[in-house]
Design a protein around this ligand. Structure first.
Ligand code: MF3
Ligand code: CO
Ligand code: CO
Length: 295
């Protein structure tokens, strides 16, 4: 860990760490775990918990692969919901979205101007659509959360662009993750890249701690300033899931109280992975390559 025995104590007493809180704890790991819980309600995960989330993540990835093979013009988003639901249950897992705060389906499916939290329906996918499928599975009590935006057949240059920018935003955000970096570094990397491509970053929805529950502290905004916010430490597990719009960042929520759409009707795309902070960087618990395959 990063705090030395002779460094100032992180509790802010002004004493050396060894003369202050370190004395009260068995070791630095236990100390950090307690401080992060007391100060931020962040549950730093142990190795057993990380193994559980990794296993849930492998199932989420298999589910996304299954969906990817089925994406084509003519299918309904309800069909994808059934695929995800049945596959999850067959694998002794539970689809986390179903009944979560009243969400009526097993997966979020967000087409074109839908930013996130789209509800599967009889809507038929058409050539040229872009569709985000956001899968969260609970396996042996552990949650993993990941999404991809798929291209339906041949799409416009604009659709291709926003999807690429969203994917690269996730990658650049993840590149910041390592012990000692801050939550603000992640948002800064995403915001500066996305805005440099003349795209905008949604503020209302954020990445989040995950693993023991669906949404845990901390929040991970996709905008921010370098060096600001909570310091990342090994064993923190969270998502990064930037929602990037081609037009303005403003959104509205439809009458179903879930579907978030761009106010100006412009396209929006998103990619999400769950990761654990390590000393040197991160390990993705839902790892997929940063490339978009045509369907
Ligand atoms: N999977 C979404 C996320 O990335 C949350 C969906 S909540 C639901 O955080 F209720 F809409 F499923
Ligand atoms: Co999430
Ligand atoms: Co998600």
């Amino acid at each position: 860990m990063k705090i030395g025995r002779n460094d100032p104590c992180p509790c802010g007493s002004g004493l050396k760490f060894k003369k202050c809180c370190l004395q009260k704890e068995k070791d630095v790991d236990t100390y950090l775990r307690d401080i992060y819980y007391k100060k931020h309600k962040i549950r730093i995960k142990n190795d057993q918990e990380i193994r559980g989330i990794r296993k849930a993540g492998q199932l989420v990835l298999k589910t996304l692969d299954l969906v990817e093979k089925e994406i084509r013009p003519g299918i309904t988003t309800e069909y994808i919901n059934t695929l995800v639901h049945d596959f999850t249950i067959q694998n002794n897992a539970v689809p986390a979205p179903l009944n979560y705060n009243g969400f009526p389906k097993s997966v979020c499916i967000s087409v074109n101007e839908v930013i996130c939290h789209g509800i599967p329906s009889e809507r038929v996918l058409a050539e040229g659509d872009i569709v985000n499928v956001d899968v969260t599975s609970i396996l042996d009590g552990y949650y993993a959360d990941s999404s991809k935006t798929f291209l339906v057949g041949r799409v416009s240059e604009q659709a291709e662009k926003i999807t690429q920018v969203a994917l690269q935003s996730l990658k650049l955000g993840m590149d910041q993750v390592k012990s000692g970096a801050t939550v603000g570094d992640i948002g800064w990397a995403i915001q500066s890249y996305a805005e440099s491509r003349n795209c905008s970053v949604v503020r209302e929805m954020v990445g989040h701690g995950v693993g023991i529950e669906f949404h845990e502290p901390p929040q991970i905004p996709h905008v921010g300033k370098r060096g600001e916010g909570i310091v990342l430490v090994p064993g923190m597990v969270f998502t990064i899931e930037p929602m990037i719009n081609l037009g303005s960042r403003d959104l509205k929520i439809l009458d179903d109280n879930w579907t978030a759409v761009t106010k100006d009707g412009s396209l929006s795309a998103q990619f999400e992975q769950t990761m654990v902070v390590t000393e040197e960087g991160y390990e993705s618990l839902t790892p997929y390559p940063f490339e978009i395959r045509a369907s």
